[in-house]
Design a protein around this ligand. Structure first.
Ligand SMILES: NC(=O)c1ccc[n+]([C@@H]2O[C@H](COP(=O)([O-])OP(=O)(O)OC[C@H]3O[C@@H](n4cnc5c(N)ncnc54)[C@H](OP(=O)(O)O)[C@@H]3O)[C@@H](O)[C@H]2O)c1
Length: 373
């Protein structure tokens, strides 16, 4: 079941529909007509190419937790992919250029409520439904999962972010070592902030990260100049970004979802496994998920690396009860641009904060468009 029929949800659903005949996939959107159309597009495309899974759709509004719980229980999925958000990362890219550039400087942390709230609601529905599905979430898992862990509601694992740069790093390392790409084993520990920096700037900035490169069962990290390898990511290994670039995120999601759906083991990368902060190498084994760190990096070191990335993303700390402390310089950008100010947010305050951001953002958009025209 794919819950959230936006750009990413539809991309992932489309690929899942091109699968084996015993697969049953359901797209759950908010509105009947676009969800029906999207499901039928995937269904008919799959049929055209000779795939025969069962493909259908349903609707729910995440604000209606009982209805969402019924919707989940009725399908009883073995894997549930959450792809819903109140304001995806790309929405600010639709602003006139200067406004976008100014808002971009806030990084992702201050926008947290727009991702946290729909996932929190979805997870309450998951619990109410009684499902035993593995839950995989796309919406800012690096921060959303450690917060929801505090109330026992973290999805099992996230997708994307840390994973999105791994193929590029593998290809660059293979080229450097002169060995075939499939033989290169890359293990990356990195927060969302670092993932974004790597593809834009080719370095982690002042945040920490851990990277090992292996071949033939040997750790070759010491033989590779990893700093100059990473510098090549935005150069000869650059890839299409923006909305079309969500194809990479969809591939990262499928790298997690398909092994889970097919009950296959896999070694992948994912943020938020088991409610951890940031991103890790992850093993899927017998439908369970665990971190798969290289021998040279302990879990404590990996968490510390991710906590350093979290601060640069605009979140100073997340308390054990889920209270979030925002980093002042990131928040200052939203204060200057939107008039939005939030230093500390309890989990039960997040919904009000999301509504406030939505309202202030719409006013901001109106002003930005008016002054650009
Ligand atoms: N981890 C990664 O690497 C990565 C990369 C890209 C994106 N993402 C994240 O993935 C999430 C989805 O991204 P996207 O680009 O697909 O966003 P999107 O196109 O805006 O889709 C979000 C979907 O959420 C739905 N939604 C919002 N409120 C809802 C509600 N109350 N009930 C039911 N559905 C609701 C929207 O429904 P309507 O269409 O009806 O408004 C929309 O279809 C975002 O959090 C984004 O930041 C993660």
């Amino acid at each position: 079941m794919v819950l959230g029929a936006g750009d990413l949800g539809r991309r992932v659903f489309h690929e899942l529909a091109h699968g084996p005949g015993d697969r049953h996939v359901r797209l759950v959107g908010r509105e009947e007509d676009p969800t029906l159309r999207a499901a039928n597009l995937s269904r008919f495309s799959a049929l055209q190419r000779g795939y025969h899974p069962t493909v259908d759709h349903a609707t729910t509004d995440l604000n209606d937790i009982d209805r969402t719980a019924e919707c989940i229980a009725a399908f009883d999925p073995d894997v549930l992919f959450l792809a819903a958000s109140f304001q995806s990362w790309w929405v600010i890219t639709t602003l006139p250029g200067e406004s976008f550039q100014r808002l971009r400087a806030a990084n992702y942390g201050p926008w947290l409520p727009m991702h946290l709230v729909p996932v929190h609601k979805a997870m309450q529905a998951v619990r109410r439904s009684g499902t035993s599905a593995v839950v995989v979430n796309a919406a800012y898992p690096d921060a959303v999962h450690p917060i929801l862990t505090s109330v026992g509601l973290s999805p099992d694992v996230g997708i994307g972010n840390v994973a999105n740069n791994v193929p590029g790093i593998r290809v660059a390392a293979a080229d450097l070592l002169g060995v075939p790409v499939p033989e290169v084993d890359v293990r990356l520990v990195a927060h969302h902030y670092v993932s974004h920096r790597l593809s834009r700037a080719g370095d982690p900035g002042r945040a920490g990260m851990a990277l090992t490169i292996g071949h033939g069962g040997q750790d070759l990290t010491d033989r590779v100049d990893t700093a100059s390898l990473l510098k090549r990511l935005p150069l000869e290994y650059r890839r299409t970004g923006g909305m079309p670039g969500q194809a990479m995120t969809a591939a990262s999601a499928l790298s997690v979802l398909v092994p889970l759906a097919d009950r296959r083991d896999a070694l992948v990368h994912a943020p938020g496994p088991g409610g951890l902060v940031g991103g890790y190498p992850v093993a899927i084994e017998g439908g369970r998920i665990r971190t798969a760190l290289p021998d040279s990096v302990s879990l404590e070191e990996a968490v510390a690396v991710n906590l350093s990335g979290q601060v640069h993303d605009g979140i100073d700390a997340i308390d054990a009860d889920g209270t979030t402390h925002f980093e002042p310089s990131s928040m200052a950008v939203l204060t200057a641009e939107l008039g939005y100010e939030c230093r500390t947010m309890r989990l039960d305050e997040a919904e009000g904060r999301a509504a406030e951001i939505r309202e202030r953002f719409e006013v901001y958009r109106g002003r930005a468009v008016a002054s650009a025209s």
